[in-house]
Design a protein around this ligand. Structure first.
Ligand code: 5GP
Ligand code: ZN
Length: 117
């Protein structure tokens, strides 16, 4: 069921503390941690603690939680002292999504080209 922890989900395991992560922020509903394979000097993932498969599903199933995630992306950027940064939600395998638990990438600390690849 949407929102319930999934046994086979990497990010549910990070939320549960079963897999270690470098957590930089945590709220009642979200966790932010450093990406294991950073693509920029700052590369932090912000996730809802509840399991939703991607950003669109999150917004449809739990709109307040989607807002919590977005608010935390800004909080991460502020903590990292970034005045420019990029927030990315890869959605679908063709766009590079590899973990099927909604997550925002917060990227910054270097020049970011537009359009992205
Ligand atoms: P996606 O490709 O789904 O948009 O993003 C998934 C992200 O999760 C990737 O950037 C990948 O490097 C990161 N990732 C995968 N496994 C782990 C892990 O075990 N720990 C952390 N911190 N990040 C991970
Ligand atoms: Zn999950």
């Amino acid at each position: 069921m949407a929102g319930e922890p999934q046994d086979d989900c990497l990010f549910c395991k990070i939320v549960a503390g079963q897999i270690p992560a470098t957590i930089v922020r945590e709220t009642e509903t979200t966790v932010a941690f450093r990406d294991i394979n950073p693509q920029a000097p700052t590369h932090v993932l912000v996730i809802p603690k509840a399991h939703h498969k991607d950003a669109g599903a999150l917004a449809a199933e739990a709109p307040q939680l989607a807002a919590d995630v977005l608010r935390e992306t800004r909080a991460v950027a502020d903590d990292e002292k970034l005045d420019s940064y990029r927030t990315v939600f890869n959605t679908g395998g063709g766009a590079g999504q590899t973990v099927w638990h909604a997550h925002a990438h917060v990227l910054g600390g270097r020049g970011l080209e537009w359009p992205p690849g």
